[in-house]
Design a protein around this ligand. Structure first.
Ligand SMILES: [Cu+2]
Length: 441
């Protein structure tokens, strides 16, 4: 299909069914729906309220969000708030399934730094297909401190959810694990629309960009060769803005950038590109069409939000996790290629690490650059990448990091005791056991 024909949609903000002094209550129905994603065709999706992607939840720091999810699909589901500091029983452990016809209520305390989070499926063995079919949405956490910054707001603060997908000629989604290498994709969707375009004014916009692909690692750039002004990472705002031309963005990573379209004359077309051409060899993701003049009171201040480094000296323990694969012989003729951490496939009943509540630990992730490590519960800081300082794009708070050699991160395991997981965010790797359980004790 053609490029830049469809207008960029923005997922609607979910309205609470009720609120009280300290809590907003939401209800979500996970259900099938038929949506027009590719012009002229209907696609069956499994969506939060039937939407693809799901509606955006906007939360305030210190104010609880309670979401009741009803599963009206034919498959078990689990909901995980990615990047959330969430009590274990609400975190979406892969075995805490919502069976078809049942429901479950998740409680999010929102006692953490404001950030661009997202919620998505996390069901044992079937996260890949569940997310592929649509079970993913944005969750934006804010507070007064961030309100007071003069950054672009309102309609100029735009989420961009990038997803690679594959469709059949009938318009239906086509899913394959590709022997657990990762679902092959050839179609770029942004906010659920193929290669969309967005008309912008000559002013600054804040974009919250999420790589919600199952198995595509991107490298973002602008066709004009102008740098992005990066203001945030997975875990919220950086201490100071960074000018950066290319931003690697692995599965589940988020980056927040400001683009000032006042740098371009009206009529300019600015294409957001993936220099890795990871989605079916496609370089183009979406296009911004500079269409009109506008007043702009927004600013990118030189200081955004303090990020206090966790001193390495506070670490009481160092653990290593090797992301790899192995061949398991189920029988002489039944050979299974398993994705593993420390040569072990995921076992929900085996505890692979047991940090104590409040302890600081250094975790070293080893493995190929096709893997992406995500740790639940905590935000960490990247200490080093192959002995060098972390990349410019991955300073600040992170919960997901692309591998490639050895990446060391440091985290304080605070918040809650209980069972959590770390795993590869290539969802087909995750489903085929590249996951480990850790218990905060
Ligand atoms: Cu992996």
């Amino acid at each position: 299909m053609g490029r830049f024909e469809v207008q960029l949609p923005v997922p609607p903000t979910l309205r609470p069914v009720r609120t009280d002094a300290n809590t907003d209550y939401y209800e979500v129905v996970q259900r099938r729906a038929r949506r027009e994603i590719l012009p002229g065709l209907k696609t069956t999706v499994w969506g939060y309220n039937g939407a693809f992607p799901g509606p955006t939840i906007r939360a305030r720091r210190g104010r609880r969000v309670v979401v009741r999810h009803a599963n009206r699909l034919d498959v078990p589901t689990v909901v995980h708030l990615h990047g959330g500091r969430t009590p274990s029983e609400h975190d979406g452990f892969p075995m805490d399934l919502i069976r078809p016809g049942r429901s479950r209520t998740y409680v999010y305390p929102n006692e953490q730094r404001p950030a661009t989070l997202w919620y998505h499926d996390h069901a044992m063995d079937r996260t890949g297909p569940n997310v592929w079919m649509g079970l993913a949405g944005m969750y934006i956490l804010e507070d007064e401190l961030e309100d007071r910054l003069p950054l672009p707001k309102g309609e100029h603060d735009v989420p961009l959810i990038i997803q690679g997908r594959k469709f059949g000629p009938d318009g239906e989604l086509v899913y394959s694990t590709d022997n657990h290498d990762g679902a092959p994709a050839d179609t770029v969707l942004v906010n659920g629309a193929p290669w969309p375009r967005m008309e912008v004014a000559r002013r600054k916009y804040r974009f919250r960009i999420l790589n919600a692909c199952n198995a595509n690692i991107l490298k973002l750039a602008l066709s004009t060769d102008e740098p992005f002004v990066q203001i945030g990472t997975d875990g919220g705002l950086l201490p100071a803005p960074v000018r950066i031309r290319e931003i690697p963005l692995a599965e589940a990573e988020r980056v927040e950038v400001v683009i000032d379209f006042a740098e371009y004359p009206i009529g300019t077309k600015v294409v957001l590109q993936d220099l890795k051409q990871s989605i079916g060899g496609q370089r183009d993701l979406m296009r911004f069409d500079v269409a009109r003049e506008a007043r702009d009171d927004s600013l990118v201040p030189g200081r955004l939000r303090e990020v206090e480094p966790i001193p390495e000296g506070e670490a009481v323990r160092t653990r290593q996790f090797a992301f790899d694969q192995r061949i398991a012989f189920k029988s002489l003729t039944n050979v299974d290629r398993q994705m593993t951490i420390d040569n072990k496939p995921f076992d929900p009943d085996r505890v692979d690490a047991d940090p104590r509540l409040g302890d600081v630990e250094i975790w070293k992730f080893q493995g190929g650059d096709d893997h992406t490590a995500h740790v639940h519960l905590v935000q960490f800081q990247v200490v080093s990448r192959n002995g060098q300082p972390p990349g410019e794009h991955e300073r600040g708070w992170k919960d997901t990091v692309q591998l490639g050699g050895e990446v060391s991160v440091i985290a304080r395991f605070e918040g809650y005791r209980g069972k959590y997981v770390l795993h590869c965010h290539n969802l087909e790797h995750e489903d085929h056991y590249m996951m480990a359980r850790f218990d905060v004790v």
